[in-house]
Design a protein around this ligand. Structure first.
Ligand code: CP
Length: 296
């Protein structure tokens, strides 16, 4: 199977992957994938997604083909399609990140081997969503019925669209907070409300006193036509320590990372800040994803 969008999974299959990741994280299971080869094809920069897939592969005995776009024949003008059609012959599973929306689906259509989407433009990042759901379930014991606030540039952040879908699948109460003009596309909100019978709240002011989980994402400056506008929004929309006064004692703060300056550095030291733990869960979760995809 391919994993291109969180829509490729239902609640049962997500549960199966999260359960396996939990057993891997607890040392109860360790898939043996010795002899298999993963190809990590990142046409866009990445730290966490690429390295945690590579770490996951190494921990299960796999070998990694690390495609370096800047040193590849792309520089001679080779196409994305020809690159995928070539590399599928060298590996058992391909992880693809590309700035163009729909690129991972295109790769999956061309490849006989399973393709996992490592992020396609502003569209989808399904394994990040699985890490987010895994982190919430592990830290809070459940996902459904929690009050989860997603805050930041909800127009451009692919992680937030996928996450809204995943949270709604499990019946969380989601509130979306974004600066004016950076709201999530209402079509996505309508889709999850109709499909999962949930009500999504939207706000333009940072107010999250009832939140159990506050999920912050950065202003995606690289996706703005005007860089000055991005800088101006980044200055105005920051989470400060003082904003956490009056919030729930057990609140957890998550972030897909990288963070730039949208969270005050003081917050990193607070017990509520769980984003590095969340990033570390990328390894057990991606071990579970690779194992699941190769078995299906
Ligand atoms: N969260 C995430 O996708 O990080 P990278 O861009 O570093 O892979």
């Amino acid at each position: 199977m391919d994993l291109i969008s969180i829509r490729d999974l239902n609640k049962e299959t997500v549960g199966e992957i999260l359960d396996l990741a939990n057993d891997v994280a607890d040392g109860k299971k360790k898939p043996d994938l010795k002899g298999k080869i993963i190809a990590t094809l990142f046409f866009e920069p990445s730290t966490r997604t690429k390295l945690s897939f590579q770490s996951a592969a190494m921990r299960t005995g796999m070998s990694d083909l690390d495609f370096l776009a800047d040193l590849s024949s792309l520089k001679k003008g080779e196409s994305f399609a020809d690159t995928i059609k070539t590399v599928e012959g060298y590996a058992d599973i391909l992880v693809v990140r590309h700035k163009k929306e729909g690129s991972a689906r295109l790769a999956a259509d061309m490849s006989e081997k399973p393709v996992v989407n490592g992020g396609d433009g502003g569209n989808q990042h399904p394994t990040q969503t699985l890490i987010d759901l895994f982190s919430i379930r592990r830290m809070k014991g459940k996902i459904g019925e929690l009050n989860v606030t997603l805050m930041g540039d909800l127009k451009h952040a692919r992680t937030m669209r996928s996450l809204l879908y995943g949270l709604s699948m499990f019946g969380a109460n989601v509130t979306l907070i974004s600066p004016k003009g950076l709201e999530m596309d209402p079509e996505y909100i309508k889709e999850v409300e109709e499909k999962f019978k949930v009500k999504v709240k939207t706000k333009n002011e940072p107010e999250f006193r009832d939140a159990d989980v506050l999920y912050v994402c950065r202003i995606q400056a690289e996706r703005f036509a005007d860089p000055y506008e991005a800088q101006s929004v980044m200055k105005k929309f920051r989470l400060m320590k003082s904003d956490l006064e009056g919030t729930k004692k057990e609140l957890i703060i998550l972030h897909p990372l990288p963070k730039i300056n949208e969270i005050d550095a003081e917050i990193d030291k607070m017990p509520q800040a769980k984003y590095f733990e969340q990033a570390h869960y990328g390894v057990p979760l991606r071990i579970a994803v690779i194992d699941y995809v190769l078995r299906k």
